[in-house]
Write a protein that binds this ligand. Structure first.
Ligand SMILES: [Zn+2]
Length: 246
């Protein structure tokens, strides 16, 4: 891009962001509510991202400026058929920006869609992966339709209600290690003291994920039918992606 074209594109982005200045309504802690769709599962009604003829799901991104976010996105390249590319005017794309807090929309919205990653507290691998998984169409693990078999929700200790959502679990078992699972004091009226989520099997620890679990990865690959993706194992190949692909 020429500097002038880049400047014009940036001005356009700023204008579009300005229209959303007041920000979306956030529910479930970090899920922005779409005006166009708000129900779950959205994946059955076309909120997934489309697949290219080579079997990869190409998602254009605009990242204001963070090498760390790019590195985090590349973890999807290693384990799934999701491929993030720099936005070049495609109609549907994700715009990463440092808004207030960490939040994302659920599934592809159509057009520009935001993921907010505040500089303070959001730019960590599990959080970037978590918000991207929302944009790919995944809800929280602890709101899964079968969660009551695995965890107890202690509603009296919760600031706001937690609902069970009719999720598409993609035939994967409940996953305490999911990067989409909150910890035992989530939304607590007294964090560190009053628990809000406890495991039915008390030996299990959860909400401590430092990266996507194997089941998180398996779900992405099932939802996007990534059977033919090639796993890249060498870091040098990922770094090559940054210059070639992103
Ligand atoms: Zn979330």
């Amino acid at each position: 891009f020429s500097p002038l074209l880049s400047f014009l594109l940036l001005s356009l982005q700023t204008l579009m962001l300005g229209r959303q200045k007041r920000g979306p309504v956030i529910t479930d802690d970090d899920i922005a509510q779409s005006r166009r769709r708000n129900a779950v599962p959205c994946t059955s009604r076309g909120c997934t991202w489309s697949k290219g003829s080579n079997g990869n799901v190409v998602i254009p991104v605009f990242i204001s400026n963070s090498y760390f976010i790019i590195r985090s996105l590349l973890t999807f390249h290693r384990t799934t058929c999701i491929r993030f590319v720099w936005w070049r005017g495609q109609s549907d794309y994700i715009y990463f920006f440092p808004g207030s807090g960490c939040w994302s929309y659920l599934g592809r919205q159509g057009g520009l869609q935001l993921i907010s990653l505040n500089r303070f507290g959001c730019v960590y691998l599990p959080i970037v992966q978590h918000e991207v998984l929302h944009a790919l169409g995944f809800h929280h693990e602890h709101v899964r339709s079968d969660r009551d078999d695995y965890v107890r929700i202690i509603f009296r200790n919760i600031q706001e209600g937690q609902l069970t959502v009719n999720t598409n679990n993609l035939n994967t078992p409940y996953d305490y290690n999911s990067v989409m699972h909150y910890s035992t004091y989530a939304f607590s009226i007294s964090p560190g003291e009053l628990q809000t989520i406890t495991a039915r099997n008390s030996n299990v620890e959860f909400g401590q994920a430092t990266e996507m679990s194997r089941k998180d990865i398996r779900r992405v690959n099932r939802l996007y039918q990534c059977s033919e993706f090639k796993i890249k194992t060498k870091l040098s190949e990922h770094l090559a992606d940054i210059t070639c692909n992103l």
